[in-house]
Every structure is written in C-alpha cells, then in structure tokens.
Ligand binder design. Structure first.
Ligand code: ATP
Ligand code: MG
Length: 583
C-alpha cells in the first residue's frame, strides 16, 4: 500500500491478487465460454459521474487491460426525459480526466433502436412477448406489488402470492406483431399499450413477472429526436446492447443482481451473443450520497453551486476540490472488489489524497486570518529575499525566493495576549521562529478603541537568519507569515462535509424523512481576505499547493473582486490513521 506508482491507470491493480471477477473471467477463458475479454462502462447521461462510477469504470477498464481486452464507453440513453448531450460531454471529460481511454469505442444504446426493435419482433414471433393494454398501475397490481415497490431492488424477490395474467396475454402472434408495429407508428396514446415479455406471472422474482419491454412516450430524444415514440426498457435493452458489442463480461453493481435472470432470458430468447453479467458491491461513502438522482436534487435545490461544487462527490466536484486522478485511482483500487455492500469511511479517501498531495504539491505560505506583525528594528524600507524550499519530499522541485520585510501578516491565532497553558507561539516576551526567516521576540501589541488587537510588535535578531539560534536559545514554535508589502490578496473557501450524518440516506427510509435532513448548514466557509506569497498571483486554475501548516489548497477557476480564489482540498492531519488504529 502506498508505494506503488499510481500515475498509470490500472497500476494499482494487484494482478496476482485473486478477486472474484478475475476468477470468473479466468474460468470463462479456460472453459472456452469466451476466447477474449471485452467489457463496457455504460453510464446513463442523466447526470454527472460520481466516485461510485469511478469504482465501476476502474473495474471495467482494468479487467479489460489485465486480460488483454478492450473496454467500450456506452451511453445507456434510452430514457429521453432525463438525458441530454451536456451530460454526455461531462461524462466523457471526466472519464478522460481520470486517465482512461476508450479510443474510438464510443457507443450509444440509442443507435441500436432499430436492432432492438427487430429483436423484439423476433421474440414476439416466438410467442414470448405480447402487447398489453393494461395501464402501468394495473400492470403492477396484476403483478402483485404496489406501484412504489415496482423498481425496488432486493425486495423484488417476494413471498407475495402469484400475480394474475393480463387479459391481453394470449393475443395471437399476428395480432401482437400488428399492434407492436402500430405502437411504433404512433397510433396509440402514451401509456395506452406496452410490449411485455411473456415469462411467468407466478415467478418468485417479481421482475420476471412479464416485464415491460417497450413503452409509448412522445418525448424528443437528444439523439434520435422524434424518430421514435416507443422506447425500450433497461432490462430488455441492456443485455442486447451488450450482445451487440460482443461484450463478454458485463460488470455492474450489486443492485442489478436481481435483474440477472432477466438479462439471461432476453439473451436466450433473442438468440444473441451470450454476454455474462457479473455484479460487484457498490461503493458507498460516509457523509455523502452516491446516486445521480440525489445529487441532481442537491443541484436543482441549489444546496450546492452545481454538479462541480467542491463539496460534491462527483468527479468534477472532486477535481475542483483539488483531488488528483492518481489519488482517486489509488482509493478505488485499495477498497477492493467485494460481493457484499459496505460503507467506506470518507477519511480513507482523504488519506489516499494526502498521500499523493504530500509527494507532489509545492509548499507556499498563506495567511488566512491576518494579523499585522511589525518588526520595529527592521531597516525601514528594505526587503530581503529569503530562500524557501518548494517541496521537501521532492528535491527536484527546487527553491524559490520569498520577500521578507518589516511588516508581515501572521495568523491571528498565532498570537495571544495572555497565553493559555502550553502555548508556545507569540505572546509578550516570547520568541518564535518565522519560517525561512528570523527569530523574533514579541515586545507588545496595539489595540483599537473596541479592544481588538490590531498589530503585534516585535524585534528581530539579525543573527538568526534561516532560523538559526546561535546561542542555543529555546524557541519552541515556528510560524508562517507573508510580507505585508508583497502579499497577494486571495479568497479562500473552506469546506466541511455536506452531511452531518454518516449515512444521510438512512433518514430517507424513515417515514417523512429525507436525505436532506442531515444537510450540514456550515459546509462552506468563505474567507474573503486572506493573503498569500506573491508567487501565487500566477497560479492557474487547478494548480495545487500545500499552504504550510494549513493544509492543501487548489486554485479555483473563480476570481472574486480581483482576488484569485483557492479551495481548501484537505487538512494536513490524517484522521484515517487514528480511525484505522481504533478499528
Ligand atoms: P446512480 O444511482 O448514481 O444514477 P446508476 O447505476 O443509475 O447510478 P448509471 O449511469 O446507470 O448510474 O451507472 C453506470 C455504471 O456505474 C453501472 O454499471 C453501475 O453499476 C455503476 N455504478 C453506479 N453507481 C455505483 C456505485 N456507487 N458504486 C459502484 N458502481 C456504481
Ligand atoms: Mg441508472
């Protein structure tokens, strides 16, 4: 852990380590079920990708790479109400940013409408599908489940009594073919008819009780426009799209396990390439929600500034927060591939992030809550250029010059008029080391009429340049600073978790509850007037830094009233080590 090269996709994947998906694939290659490996990542373009999707496409791309195969990017876009091209663009950008390349294998389920239609006709001809006139509500009532449980995951396996056959179930093949063609031709109103698979209305898996294959919806699709007024349902479309692309292993999260019999049923009945579905545990992360549906609600309700708000668990949000692709890959590879769902502590994600940032970020100084420090014996009007190390973890990062003068900004909390016990920073009579600079001794302070401290006064010792204490003086603290004459004003945004609850979704399952119940009202703190070393004036959006003693920060694309904005990515202190120790 921690020493591998995380800069390459898949680099973290423990090749010798037996995960169950690799084992299945190996068996399939050995038995001759497949002679090659081809996977796909199938996002629905109805929102931006989140870190759960990173786990999914990490597995898809890595399995392909590991077995010398390929991985397609396929937009699973058969739900016109919710999909649009801006989501397609965001998804492509984010997968690329994560370091994955689907080359020219970019596919759209909506390109398969004609192919899917033909297969539906084939299934009708076999007598295994029929056109139904029941309404959606009637269908679920006949099925023996209430409307709100129709799409529920595991609860679909039920002890409920057998359902009832639809009165339209025994239509002849000819009649079904005719009605289905007329559904396509737009002869019927939305919802007036559906095409259903003829499976078994007494099946213990409710999803197998004659699932809907097509519904009528007069919606403009972002790719096919108004060419179609019938749209295929996921359970019918997905396996057949996989088959069409020659996908050998269709890897997906655990909630699709219950859909697998249906996946196989459609492949069999359509007589197409026998893609195999394998499920893995979904990523759940504490203190956040991982579902586009909930994330969309946060965006639409303006609880966040957008899909890329730095508090969002989306790839774009993480990027804007200062996360690196390497840190995210390191995280998804280390959490492993399991068959049972679990919750991952967000502190572990932050641990992976710090590991990476510590190695690669440039150190600079910035002061978030400034207090003036006046050096009374500094030669008036002079500036000195001090040498500062850019990254102690990486010698090649070199050094820089940073200006030092008779007036500095220091952190307000680095001075106390009356020091509490064990306080070793500035207070009258005490000395501290200024990072890269001199030892200074506090001689006093100024207060305004309101009793607020407006400046701290001190003297410096010219003999202590670079922090030397020639006479073995005991100086117990080093504080950071910026030269008041040279510092650039910046805005800093400090974030806390979006939710106070470990599992915000738990509230949603209580009557009258909502995942919004535990929304943290203090998840964003804006510090409008902080100061940074002059070199930060040139920082480009996305540049990452360690502000010494404060944490890791990234230059945001925003500028506020001429001040460049920096986001706090994560603090320096690692809470994961502590949590892991107590486990
Ligand atoms: P969401 O609930 O976020 O909308 P989804 O499953 O509806 O998720 P899709 O765009 O359909 O989103 O998902 C694309 C792929 O990503 C699927 O194979 C799905 O299994 C996988 N996936 C989605 N969320 C997670 C997650 N939290 N952990 C692992 N894989 C996930
Ligand atoms: Mg989905």
């Amino acid at each position: 852990m921690g020493t591998e090269d995380t800069t390459k996709p898949g680099a973290f994947f423990p090749a010798e380590n037996a995960d169950f998906i690799s084992e299945f694939i190996k068996e399939d290659l050995k038995s001759g079920r497949f002679s090659y490996v081809h996977t796909r990542f199938p996002p629905e373009p109805n929102g931006w990708l989140h870190i759960g999707h990173c786990k999914a496409f990490y597995i898809d791309f890595t399995m392909a790479e590991k077995f010398g195969g390929k991985c397609n990017l396929r937009f699973d876009d058969t739900n016109p109400e919710k999909e649009n091209v801006s989501y397609v663009d965001a998804i492509k950008r984010d997968v690329k940013w994560m370091g994955y390349d689907w080359e020219d294998r970019e596919y759209y389920a909506s390109d398969y409408y004609e192919y899917l239609y033909d297969l539906a006709v084939k299934i009708i001809r076999k007598g295994r599908a029929y056109v139904d006139d029941l309404s959606e509500d009637e269908i679920s009532e006949y099925r023996g489940t209430s409307a709100d449980r129709r799409t529920a995951g595991k609860s679909a396996v039920a002890v409920t009594p057998p359902g009832r056959n639809s009165p339209y179930r025994d239509r002849t093949v000819e009649e079904n073919l005719d009605l289905f063609a007329r559904m396509r031709a737009g002869e019927f109103a939305d919802g007036a008819k559906t095409l259903r698979a003829k499976i078994d209305m007494a099946h213990t898996n409710l999803l197998m009780r004659d699932p809907v294959m097509y519904r009528i919806r007069r919606e403009t699709h972002y790719r096919t426009g108004n060419a179609w007024c019938i749209y295929p349902m996921y359970d019918f479309q997905h396996p057949l799209s996989d088959a069409r692309e020659g996908i050998t292993h269709s890897l997906c999260s655990l909630e699709y396990e219950i859909h697998r019999p249906l996946y196989e049923w459609f492949i069999n009945e359509a007589g197409v390439f026998p893609s195999r579905q394998i499920e893995f545990a979904r990523l759940n992360l504490s203190r956040t929600v991982l579902s586009k549906r909930w994330l969309l609600q946060l965006v639409q309700g303006k609880y966040v500034s957008g899909w890329d708000d730095p508090r969002m668990p989306t790839i774009a949000g993480l990027r804007r927060r200062g996360y690196t692709p390497a840190a995210i890959r390191s995280f998804v590879s280390q959490i492993g591939i399991a068959k049972t769902d679990s919750m991952v502590d967000i502190a572990f994600l932050e641990y992976c992030l710090r590991e990476d940032l510590n190695k690669h970020s440039r150190r600079v100084m910035a002061v978030l809550r400034p207090l003036k420090l006046i050096i009374e014996n500094w030669p008036a009007g002079t500036t000195e250029e001090l040498d500062a190390v850019n990254n102690p973890e990486d010698e090649s990062a070199g050094t820089r010059k940073t200006p030092f003068s008779g007036e500095l900004w220091i952190e307000r909390e680095d001075f106390e008029e009356v020091p509490p016990p064990k306080y070793f920073r500035l207070f009258p009579g005490n000395s501290v080391r200024l990072r890269y600079g001199y030892i200074v001794t506090c001689t006093g302070f100024d207060k305004n009429d309101a009793g607020e401290i407006t400046a701290v006064r001190c003297t410096y010792d010219p003999e202590t340049k670079g922090g030397n204490a020639p006479d073995n003086r005991k100086v117990r603290s080093t504080i950071h600073w910026v030269s008041a004459f040279h510092a650039v004003p910046i805005e800093v945004r400090v974030y806390d978790y979006l939710f106070n609850a470990e599992r915000p979704m738990e509230a949603a399952s209580r009557p009258g509850g909502s995942f919004l119940d535990s929304l943290n009202p203090n998840s964003l703190e804006v510090i409008p007037s902080a100061y940074a070393e002059p070199c930060l004036a040139d920082a480009q959006a996305g540049d990452r830094f360690q502000f010494e003693r404060l944490g890791y920060f990234v230059r945001d694309p925003d500028t506020q009233e001429g001040r460049p904005v920096f986001n706090k990515t994560v603090g320096l202190r690692d809470t994961w080590a502590k949590i892991a120790k107590n486990k």
